[in-house]
Design a protein around this ligand. Sequence first.
Ligand code: 4NP
Length: 151
Amino acid sequence: MKILMVCLGNICRSPLAQGILEAKVDSKTITVDSAGTSGHHEGELPDVRSIKIAKDYGLDITNQRSRKFTIADFDKFDLIYTMDDSNYHNVLQLCRTKNDAAKVKMILNETHPGKNLNVPDPYYGGEQGFENVYKMLEEACEIIASKINTP
Ligand code: 4NP
């Protein structure tokens, strides 16, 4: 099973989602990666505020580097979780088939089914925004992991 987390820049939200889910699943059978719909931060480390909040919760995400989402990701991944409705629509626009489209989900529908809630973009805010994002993603990833770990 291969899971991709997607946000805009792949430096704030999706690196946290990747790190949190990776810590909850067996890396021998589950691959977790992340990408951004924009390539604006390609090659960069996660934002220092994401690195810090992850570290506060015992996770090291400094092995990650930002990359842009590509159409080939539809072939490589089974599930594609987007952080907000903008990411969701940008990824859906790249779909080639119904099978591609069926892989794309809003991550907070795991905690709030059918509500299509956004993980708020914390980039222009303060550190509290990152704490808030971390908690939302922790809850969502716990549910994702429990589904994967008990098939
Ligand atoms: P992310 O946050 O999508 O959670 O990685 C952002 C990172 C960078 C920008 C916007 C959002 N930016 O405009 O550069």
